[in-house]
Design a protein around this ligand. Structure first.
Ligand code: SAM
Length: 242
């Protein structure tokens, strides 16, 4: 973590040494994933990075596995995907999943994790036809806020706004919250059931800013899960709709 304060921590922070990277197994409902990454040893001191699954990813992944009917046949975008765990779970149920992150350093592992978990999106088995291949999640670099990739995505003739956007542990500096919601506002379908699911461990009381910015963009926010931990950090899962 930067010694100059939390708000200096950004996408291009220090990354832990790559020799610590291993494959870990995770289970959510009846799904098993193999995720290349680093073990999260101390959620308060690890640098902000997409090279390991973060605590709120397990809340989001459990939610997706448990309420998988919400994801069936939807086109899903994950923001700040990191090692890709939540989007990969969604790929089991969704029609299509786009995994995005602003940090190119995450893509080596992310692409390996997509390959490692083909049993999730190749629903008819690895040797099946183009139908199963079409469910393979794609990965793109997308930074929140006004971004060239965002404009490119929207100008694609085939572009369809997303039915569902997911994000886990994206809230750790107030200055990123507005760009994050800007991107969601640009890419989420304006239908009554289109939803942005956001899970995070609120380490420094970012919740009031999330509520304010969400309202500023015209969203309605409700709590699907909220737990106060013994160290007073909050674990939160939000449902955010137009
Ligand atoms: C704490 S990690 C969480 C990763 C993953 N969602 C999880 O829960 O395991 C935050 C992720 O957001 C990405 N990120 C941070 N700021 C970003 C920005 N401004 N634009 C796009 N991605 C960003 C980081 O690269 C990182 O992968």
């Amino acid at each position: 973590m930067s010694s100059e304060g939390e708000d200096d921590v950004g996408v291009f922070d220090l990354f832990p040494p790559s020799e610590d990277i291993e494959i870990y197994k995770y289970n959510f409902g009846d799904l098993e994933l193999s995720i290349r990454g680093q073990e999260l040893q101390n959620q308060n001191i690890q640098p902000s990075t997409g090279l390991l699954p973060w605590p709120a990813a397990s809340i989001m992944s459990s939610f997706i596995a448990k309420h998988n009917e919400l994801f069936v046949d939807k086109n899903v975008l994950e923001l700040g995907t990191g090692v890709g765990i939540c989007g990969l779970i969604a790929s089991r149920y969704a029609r299509s999943v786009l995994l995005s992150d602003g940090d190119t350093a995450t893509f080596d592992q992310l692409n390996k994790n997509i390959e490692l978990n083909s049993h999730l999106y190749n629903v008819n088995g690895p040797s099946s036809s183009s139908l199963s291949q079409s469910k393979k999640p794609k990965a793109i670099k997308l930074r929140w806020g006004k971004d060239e990739t965002l404009e490119q995505l929207k100008s694609d003739l085939c572009f369809q706004p997303y039915d569902i956007i997911i994000g886990s542990d994206l809230i750790y500096q107030d200055s990123s919250i507005e760009p994050l919601f800007y991107t969601v506002n640009q890419l989420l379908a304006e239908t009554s059931d289109a939803t942005f699911y956001l899970s995070f461990l609120d380490r420094k009381n970012h919740l009031p800013t999330v509520e304010r910015v969400s309202k500023q963009f015209g969203f309605n926010l409700s709590y699907l899960f909220k737990q106060i931990l013994s160290n007073n950090n909050k674990v939160i899962l939000l449902k955010i709709v137009f």
